[in-house]
Design a protein around this ligand. Structure first.
Ligand SMILES: Nc1ncnc2c1ncn2[C@@H]1O[C@H](COP(=O)(O)OP(=O)(O)OP(=O)(O)O)[C@@H](O)[C@H]1O
Length: 282
């Protein structure tokens, strides 16, 4: 049977339970994530994404409904066991460094967890290799780019061998190059290890690579489906204040201008391929 990595069943959380005029940050939310899936959680500001992240790692507990992680109900008792199987990477690359060098940084949590020295060295190398940062082992963090810093943060999480990696707006402070590096790292990691990934993001280009997208609006799940399902319901996203990926917007404009594409494309590569075909027939 598939391991249930994370599920919410009818979860409601409000920051001000005594004030009935304040709407819950998350209301009646249900979803379930299986081992090996990549889920993107998207929604505009205030839609409930950060609250969901906090409910996922037990920083908050719902007033009603159930959060289950790694097949265990989230509670004060199960919290530490659950967290030990979950890696998190946050928004600001500069707030996450604790070591003086890249390898010290990745080793930090391992040391705290009492991992023996020889195994620690091996895990530090292995996880830095997975994010292609092994050659930066002895570099000081402030000399790295934003994308490289986030890749080291991912390595730090991977060194603990989590079942689930949660990226909480991990690309939102990066320049386009840094974003691409991190997204590519996640894509490769998933291919190589089958790691389960939840990425909380404003970036629909990033979400387009996920297996499934969950769109939040005002504390409710508005749409859920594959990137195709979600993006082809295009107007709904625009109404929720979310931009379609660039390639889809471009596809729409080209179609309106009379260019006969085979489809609306989610990726720039496929759009370019289609345009080659279109113009080579002319
Ligand atoms: N600590 C808090 N106390 C009171 N209300 C809060 C608190 N944190 C969030 N909220 C409210 O809960 C709702 C959901 O906020 P949340 O931060 O989860 O959304 P978000 O989608 O992560 O937004 P953003 O992208 O801006 O971080 C919003 O109405 C917000 O104002």
């Amino acid at each position: 049977m598939d391991l249930n990595i994370m599920s919410f069943e009818n979860v409601t959380f409000t920051y001000m339970p005594d004030n009935e005029s304040v709407r819950p940050a998350v209301e009646g939310l249900s979803f379930s994530i299986k081992q090996g899936e990549w889920i993107a959680l998207v929604g505009h500001n205030g839609s409930g994404k950060s609250t969901i992240a906090k409910l996922m790692n037990g920083l908050l507990f719902p007033q009603s409904g159930t959060v289950t992680a790694m097949d265990q109900k989230m509670s004060e008792e199960s919290l530490w066991e659950i967290r030990s199987q979950m890696g998190m990477v946050f928004q600001n690359p500069d707030n996450q460094f604790v070591g003086a060098t890249v390898q010290d940084d990745v080793a930090f949590a391992l040391e705290n967890n009492g991992v023996p020295h020889a195994e620690m060295v091996q895990r530090v190398h292995e996880s830095l290799r997975q994010v292609k940062m092994e050659e930066y082992l002895n570099h000081e963090p402030h000399h790295l780019s934003g994308g490289q810093k986030q890749r080291v943060a991912i390595a730090g999480a991977l060194a603990l061998r989590p079942r689930l990696l949660i990226l909480d707006e991990a690309t939102s402070m990066l320049d386009p190059q840094g974003r691409m590096e991190v997204i590519e790292t996640i894509r490769e990691l998933r291919e190589a290890t089958g790691l389960t990934v939840i990425s909380i993001t404003h970036d629909l280009e990033e979400a387009a690579l996920a297996d499934r997208i969950l769109v939040m609006n005002a504390g409710h799940k508005q749409v859920e489906g594959t990137p195709e399902d979600v993006f082809f319901a295009g107007n709904k996203l625009t109404e929720l204040g979310l931009d379609l990926p660039f390639a889809m917007r471009m596809s729409k404009l080209l179609t309106e201008a009379g260019v006969q594409l085979s489809n609306e494309h989610m990726s720039e590569d496929r759009l370019v391929e289609d345009l080659w075909t279109f113009y080579s027939k002319k």
